[in-house]
Ligand binder design. Structure first.
Ligand SMILES: C[S@@+](CC[C@H](N)C(=O)[O-])C[C@H]1O[C@@H](n2cnc3c(N)ncnc32)[C@H](O)[C@@H]1O
Length: 386
C-alpha cells in the first residue's frame, strides 16, 4: 500500500474507532480554486456525517458525506487538489505532505486533542459549529450550514474562537470539568456567547453561560433566540461591565471587543472572583494613547499617529498581560484571527496558576515599563491596586 493509501487507512480507522477529531487539507494545487477543506463529524437529522467546509478565496461551501464515503472523498481531493493533509485523532496527529516530485511523506506526532476524548466511550464530542442552529437564527449561516452573504468572516471568527477555547480549556484546570459557569461581558449580538455555550454542551459539560450586554434591545433579541432554541443554561442579562456583580464562583470570563477600558473592568472583575480562565480580545486603546508620555528618544517615531496608536496598543496589552501574571495567572497573548478579517485581532488568555509564585519581579517590571513610558496610571493596574 502506498503512503497516501496508508494515510487514508489511518483516517478510516480513526472514524471507526471514534478517535477521529478533524482533518484539514491544505496547499491547494490551484486549478480547482480550493484553498482548504476542513472535515469534522456532525450529528444531523440524517444521521452522523462528515461535514466538509470547502474554502475558496471568497466563499465557503459545506458538503456533507456519510461517514463511510468520507475517506474516498478525501483521497480524491488529495489526488487531485491538495499537497498536504493533517489528520487529528485522539491517538495521534498524522501529517501527509507531497515532497518535490510529488512523493507523499507521512509523519506522526503526539495528539493535539485531549486524552479525555480518547477515554470517552461516547462518540467524540466534536461538532461542526457551522451546523449549529444558533448560527442560522443569528443570520450567520443558511439552513445548510453555509455562510450567508457577507457572513463568512463572522463564521470563521466563531469557528476560530471555539478552536481556541478548546485548546485553552484542555490546557487548564477545566479540562475534565463536568460543569462550568461562564460570563461573557459585552456580549453584543451573542455570536460568541452562543458558541461558548454550544462548545461546552457538545463536550457534555453542563454550562451556565451568561452574556452581559448594556444594550437592552440586543439582550431581549438574543434571549428570545436562546429560548426558542431551548438552550438550557444560556441567558443574557442587561448590565454594564464595571458595575455588574459576577457570581462568586466563576470558571470562565470572556470579554471580546469590549471598548477601551471596559476590557480592564472585565479583567479586574474576573481576577477578583478568581476565574480559572480569562479570555479577552481588546478593542480600542484610548486610555493609554491619551495618557502616555514616551521618552524623548521615541519622539521621532511616535510623532506619526499610526505608530503612536500601535505603541499604545502594544503597551496597554503588555501591561494587561503583566498585571494578570502579577495577579497569579499564566498569560499568553496571540493572534485571534488573521487581521485580513479584523483589525482587532489580539487575544489575551490567562489561566489561574495552581501554585503560588513570587510576583514581586513581575510587579517591578510592570512599573518600570509604565515609568519608561511616563504612564502614571492604567485602569487594570489601578483596579487591581498594583
Ligand atoms: C464590538 S461589540 C462585541 C460583541 C461580542 N463580544 C463579539 O466580539 O462579537 C462590543 C459590545 O460590547 C458592549 N459594551 C461595550 N462596553 C460595555 C460595557 N461597559 N458594559 C456592557 N456592555 C458593553 C457594546 O454595547 C457592544 O454590544
Amino acid at each position: 500500500m502506498n503512503t497516501l493509501g496508508r494515510f487514508i487507512e489511518k483516517l478510516r480507522a480513526s472514524v471507526e474507532e471514534q478517535t477521529f477529531v478533524k482533518i484539514t487539507l491544505s496547499r491547494g494545487r490551484g486549478e480547482s480554486g480550493l484553498r482548504n477543506v476542513y472535515g469534522r463529524i456532525v450529528e444531523l437529522k440524517a444521521g452522523t456525517m462528515m461535514s466538509f467546509t470547502l474554502r475558496y478565496a471568497n466563499r465557503d461551501v459545506t458538503r456533507n458525506e456519510v461517514l463511510a464515503d468520507a475517506p474516498s472523498a478525501i483521497e480524491k481531493w488529495l489526488t487531485n487538489d491538495f499537497e498536504e493533509a493533517h489528520l487529528f485523532t485522539t491517538a495521534g496527529d498524522w501529517k501527509l505532505r507531497a515532497e518535490h516530485g510529488g512523493e507523499w511523506k507521512m509523519k506522526v506526532a503526539r495528539p493535539t486533542f485531549s486524552a479525555a476524548l480518547a477515554t470517552s466511550h461516547d462518540r467524540p464530542k466534536v461538532r461542526a459549529i457551522a451546523n449549529a442552529q444558533f448560527l442560522v437564527k443569528l443570520g450567520v449561516t443558511a439552513a445548510d450550514g453555509t455562510a450567508r452573504p457577507g457572513m463568512a468572516d463572522k463564521l470563521r471568527q466563531v469557528e476560530r474562537f471555539v478552536e481556541i477555547l478548546g485548546h485553552l480549556t484542555d490546557g487548564c484546570a477545566l479540562r475534565d470539568a463536568k460543569s462550568v459557569r461562564v460570563c461573557d461581558m459585552g456580549a453584543g449580538k451573542g455570536y460568541l456567547t452562543f458558541a461558548t455555550h454550544e462548545f461546552f454542551r457538545a463536550r457534555g459539560v453542563a454550562a451556565e453561560v451568561t452574556g452581559i450586554e448594556q444594550r437592552v434591545e440586543l439582550v431581549e433579541q438574543v434571549n428570545r433566540i436562546a429560548t426558542d432554541l431551548k438552550l438550557e443554561g444560556l441567558v443574557f442579562s442587561p448590565g454594564v461591565i464595571g458595575a455588574f456583580a459576577l457570581p462568586e464562583k466563576l470558571d470562565v470570563l470572556i470579554a471580546l471587543h469590549a471598548c477601551d477600558t471596559a476590557t480592564d473592568d472585565a479583567l479586574a472583575a474576573g481576577v477578583r472572583v478568581g476565574a480559572r480562565l480569562i479570555v479577552v480580545a481588546p478593542c480600542c486603546h484610548k486610555e493609554v494613547r491619551r495618557e502616555f508620555s514616551p521618552p524623548e528618544i521615541l519622539r521621532g517615531v511616535l510623532k506619526h499617529g499610526i505608530l503612536a496608536e500601535r505603541q499604545a496598543e502594544l503597551l496597554t496589552d503588555g501591561i494587561r498581560a503583566l498585571a494578570l501574571e502579577a495577579a497569579g495567572y499564566d498569560t499568553s497573548v496571540f493572534e485571534f484571527i488573521s487581521n485580513e478579517h479584523t483589525g482587532k485581532n489580539v487575544m489575551i488568555a490567562a489561566t489561574l496558576r495552581q501554585s503560588k509564585r513570587d510576583v514581586a519581579p513581575v510587579l517591578a517590571e510592570l512599573h518600570a515599563l509604565m515609568d519608561f513610558f511616563g504612564l502614571r496610571s492604567q485602569r487594570l493596574v489601578e483596579l487591581l491596586g498594583m
